[in-house]
Structure formats: structure tokens, C-alpha cells
Design a protein around this ligand. Structure first.
Ligand code: SAH
Length: 390
């Protein structure tokens, strides 16, 4: 195995427990590893730090897989996946759609495994993990006993790694669709379609929580996708309007409403740009008892923060004006670069401009099947607040 020797870290730059090695941290590479090759990483003083995979097309040139000596084979994946499975067994309740393996957060950088009923949807995000596809799939089959495995390796990160998209069935002893349930709410997922692996699994606990806390009235579910929040709220008698820019998503939201036997009076959808929709509700002086803002990641790169801040501020400002007295506002950011403290600053700035006061009712985060490893801050990507606005 080719050796990668790190430079002596600059003061404060050492991140113990973090699996990423940036190009700038590397002092010497003892050979010419091909993209995806396994390498042995050691410190400037020669101490073995771990085995990882190499890709010089990426700024994150090495991702460490293990700090123990030993092969990266089926048994390696078995051990990691069994650990991941045990965590879900203990903390994921009342659903048959959840994330089984969450990349770095489960010590398997570049690998996503999601369960939809008896079927697994897998994503290989990096060149190194792609090269380990065979042992990873063997282990997943053994640990999770699926009736089908669908590969959805079509994320934009693959292009940065120099990889083509790969999608389709790895094996199929099941239908092309499944109806999953999330605390009594049903959703139809068609493998290979929709965003991410099919459903925003990371928001599940927040959907349940808001349904518990809303307490009636009218809600506006902005960036509603296929109806996630709205379905939960409407099933508790809240009247909901869902807004999404994608017609296909809204159509599926409608189907989900029917699938759950929710009357049309309680749950409606509109295909619209959120910014335009909020502006016209404001003009009409509409009021809502709950507004949910769950926008897509506006910032994939650090350099795009400024635009994103302006976007969040406009969304928050308009939503605060739409909140009925004592109404609730839930806002989320799923991009790592807009962190909890920045999101709060934007909310405060919007509240000042809108002449509103805020109280935090709940600090929100991604569901337990997307664990946060505090040694890898990037694993804490979805955060939010539930405010009471007055
Ligand atoms: N809350 C959803 C997930 C939202 S994902 C759930 O729980 O399932 C973000 C959604 O925002 C996507 O469905 C995307 O189509 C939509 N979107 C992106 N830009 C938008 C815009 N400008 N206006 C309205 N919707 C938008």
C-alpha cells in the first residue's frame, strides 16, 4: 500500500478524529496512487494514522476508513454495518423508511444505504467507495437481508470525483415501488425517482414533532416536496397549503393526500416559486398559525454564502409577517455552511426588520438515523428552529 505522509499540522489545524485529509495537509506521497486506491496515512513523525482511500481529483484527497491496521474487506463492512444497524434498532421508531448507513457519520465515508420497506437504496458518492462496491454490497446483503437493492449513484459529488452516474437495480425480488409508512402516514416511493433516494428521511422526526405541536389552525408548508410535513399536519386536523416549484413533486403530494384519505379541504398544494408565493400572500395580508421553511441547500460552496444569506433573510422576513399573532415559524438549513449560529443571526436580523420578537420553542436537527459525529462537524448539516413569533 502506498504511504501518504502528512505535514506537521499548523497550530490549531489538527482535527483529531476527522477522517478527511485535504491536499494542503499532505507532505509526501510515496508513489503514484490511482484515484480510489487505498493508502496508508501517517503523521509527519511517522506514526500510523489509518488506512484510507486516495483521490487527487478532490481537495479532500484522502478519506480515512479505519485507524486500525487490517484489510478493508467484507468483514470490515460487516462490522461497521452491524454497528449502524444496532443504532437504528434502538433509536428509530415507527417507520420502515430510514437511513441505515450515513457515510462519514457511520464511519463509512462515501456510502449511503437507505431502507424503504424491504428494499435498500444505495449511493456510492466517492471514487474510493465506488471501488469498494463489491464488499460493501456483500455486507449490506448479509446484514440487512433486503428483497432488492437499487443503486442511485447519481449525486453531483460523483462528477467532482471523476465518476459517471450509475443507477438501476443491483438485484430485484420486489416491485418497482413501495408504500412506506412514517408514524401512520403513508408515502409511495418509486425506486429511481424523486429527490435524494426518494424521500427526505432526515426530516422525519421534525415532521412528527411539528404535527404534535401545531395544535390546529392553518399552516403554510413552503418547499413541501411531496407533502411530507403537510401530510402529518393535515392528519391532525391542521389545514395546510403546500408550495413547491416542482410540478412533479406537487402531483405526488396530491397522490399522497389521497393515499392517506385526507380530505382536499385540509391539504392543498400549489406549484409556485416560494419567493413569489410569499410575496403575494403578504400582499393579500394572509395569516398562518404555522409557517414551515425547508428550502433546498442554497450553498454547496463556502463562496456562495452571501447569496444564501440574502435568500434566507427574505424568506424569514416574509414568513414572520405572515405569522398570525403568537404563530409558529419553523425554519431549516440543510447546508453545512449556513450553521446554527448564522441561521439564528439571519432570523434575528429579519425579526428586527419585521418588528417581531422571537422565542425558540425547539432547537431542531436531523433525525437520529442521520447521526452527528462531533469530531466531524460536517455531519451536523440539518439544523433549524421552531420559533413562536409575536
Ligand atoms: N420539506 C420536504 C423537503 C423539502 S426539499 C419534506 O419534508 O419532504 C426542498 C424542496 O424545495 C424541493 O422539493 C424543491 O423542489 C423545492 N424548491 C427548490 N427551490 C424552490 C423555490 N424557489 N420555490 C419553491 N420550491 C422550491
Amino acid at each position: 500500500m502506498i504511504e501518504v505522509v502528512l505535514r506537521k499540522p499548523k497550530p490549531g489545524a489538527f482535527r483529531p478524529g476527522h477522517p478527511w485529509v485535504y491536499r494542503s495537509q499532505i507532505g509526501r506521497v510515496g508513489g503514484k496512487p490511482a484515484p480510489g486506491d487505498l493508502v496508508a496515512v501517517s503523521s509527519a513523525s511517522g506514526r500510523f494514522l489509518g488506512t484510507g482511500y486516495f483521490n487527487d481529483k478532490s481537495e479532500i484527497t484522502v478519506r480515512i476508513l479505519t485507524r486500525d491496521p487490517g484489510p478493508i474487506d467484507k468483514d470490515f463492512f460487516l462490522a461497521r454495518m452491524e454497528k449502524a444497524a444496532a443504532l437504528r434498532q434502538r433509536f428509530v421508531k415507527d417507520t420502515n423508511a430510514f437511513r441505515l448507513v450515513s457515510s462519514e457519520a457511520d464511519d463509512l465515508p462515501g456510502l449511503i444505504v437507505d431502507r424503504y420497506g424491504e428494499v435498500l437504496v444505495v449511493q456510492f458518492l466517492t471514487c474510493g467507495m465506488d471501488r469498494l462496491r463489491e464488499p460493501a454490497l456483500l455486507a449490506a446483503r448479509a446484514v440487512f437481508s433486503p428483497s432488492g437493492i437499487y443503486e442511485r449513484s447519481d449525486s453531483s459529488s460523483r462528477r467532482l470525483e471523476g465518476l459517471e452516474a450509475r443507477t438501476g437495480w443491483v438485484e430485484q425480488h420486489c416491485g418497482a415501488q413501495v408504500v412506506v409508512q412514517e408514524r401512520g402516514i403513508r408515502a409511495r416511493v418509486s425506486f429511481g425517482e424523486g429527490h435524494k433516494t426518494g424521500w427526505y428521511l432526515d426530516q422525519r422526526e421534525n415532521r412528527c414533532l411539528l404535527a404534535d405541536l401545531a395544535g390546529g389552525g392553518e399552516a403554510l408548508d413552503v418547499f413541501c416536496y411531496e407533502g411530507g410535513f403537510g401530510l402529518h399536519l393535515a392528519s391532525r386536523g391542521v389545514k395546510v397549503l403546500g408550495i413547491d416549484i416542482q410540478e412533479e413533486a406537487v402531483k405526488r403530494g396530491e397522490e399522497h393526500r389521497r393515499l392517506n384519505g385526507i380530505p382536499e379541504e385540509l391539504l392543498q398544494f400549489q406549484t409556485a416559486n416560494a419567493f413569489d408565493a410569499l410575496r403575494s400572500f403578504e400582499k393579500e395580508k394572509k395569516k398562518f398559525d404555522l409557517v414551515i421553511l425547508d428550502p433546498p441547500s442554497f450553498v454547496k460552496k463556502k463562496s456562495a454564502i452571501e447569496g444564501a444569506v440574502a435568500g434566507y433573510k427574505e424568506l424569514l422576513l416574509r414568513s414572520m409577517k405572515l405569522a398570525a399573532p403568537g404563530g409558529l415559524l419553523a425554519v431549516f438549513s440543510c447546508s453545512y455552511h449556513v450553521d446554527e449560529s448564522l441561521l439564528m443571526q439571519i432570523a434575528m436580523s429579519a425579526a428586527l426588520d419585521a418588528h417581531k420578537t422571537l422565542k425558540v420553542i425547539r432547537f431542531l436537527k436531523q433525525s437520529a438515523d442521520h447521526p452527528v459525529n462531533p469530531f466531524i462537524p460536517e455531519t451536523y448539516y440539518l439544523k433549524g428552529f421552531l420559533f413562536s413569533v409575536s
